[in-house]
Design a protein around this ligand. Sequence first.
Ligand SMILES: C[S@@+](CC[C@H](N)C(=O)[O-])C[C@H]1O[C@@H](n2cnc3c(N)ncnc32)[C@H](O)[C@@H]1O
Length: 316
Amino acid sequence: MAELREFVDILRAAGEITRLRLLSLLSAGELSVKDLTEILDQSQPRVSRHLRLLTESGLVTRHAEGAWAFFRLSDESSAATLVQHLLEQLDESDPVMQADVARLEAVQRDHQMRAASYFSKVAKDWDRVRSLHAPESAVEQAIVDMMAGIDVDLFIDLGTGTGRMLELLDGHFKKGVGIDSSREMISVARSKFERSGQKHVFVRLGDIGQLDEYQSSADVTMLHQVLHHFVDPGQALQSARQTLKPGGRIVVVDFMPHKLEFLREEQAHKRLGLSHEQMDAWANAAGLKVSNAKEIPHNKPSGGLTVCIWHLTDQS
Ligand SMILES: C[S@@+](CC[C@H](N)C(=O)[O-])C[C@H]1O[C@@H](n2cnc3c(N)ncnc32)[C@H](O)[C@@H]1O
């Protein structure tokens, strides 16, 4: 429940067409200023000014990452409930709202196409690219250690790429499925497993956003170096969680926050690392709990990327 003054402040902040459109767009997930500017077709200073007002009034939260800033609807209860209620009253068939949704979908498709075209280009030498990131052997040993003693009938590797995690963890699961949206990555992985004759390992073309086929089936689902490619990693985590059996686990391996801006252009990164606070919030929102987190610092004197392995447990 909001107090009278707070209530009025919230209504004032939301009571403007562009800001209401922004709130509606952000109800679909986290977006950058760049995306929002493109969708609304307004100047960046103007969009930023509206976003600043929404942030100041507590309806929206801002997360800065290098030169980019991402916005999401606030989880703070009274503001969140009121905004949700306001948005529910909006007529979805309103032409302005429909155009916004169409442009949002176009922007999301564009993100996916850019990522897919990058992954198509690097599919063949992805294993080499991957080894440049971090102390690979230490990371892999820590992943194996974390899996020790867990009984796994089905292991799902989301964004499997060339299937390295399926190779590494073979012996820790009865059946392994790797899913990736890049045909090139999948074909490299598939030929690898066909050659080695591992009949209990499958790879499938698929999208992390559409995992209906794999609902409630996995004991462990992994996202290894995948979440930083999402504008909204929290949404990908929610989708991943649907694959879990009750009490199942998700293992996320990704970078800690960093400042290597060039990775956006050169390696299709959307997020410059993930923080513990973000992981806690995304996990909570998805009905998961961070039960373990292990950081593996880089060992490159000139600066590198620290990797973290987060272990998330389904709370149902
Ligand atoms: C950085 S690579 C990591 C590959 C592998 N997990 C590894 O560490 O070797 C990220 C992978 O995520 C895949 N990917 C990105 N977005 C995806 C999506 N929406 N659905 C499925 N796979 C996706 C890419 O095609 C790519 O193979």
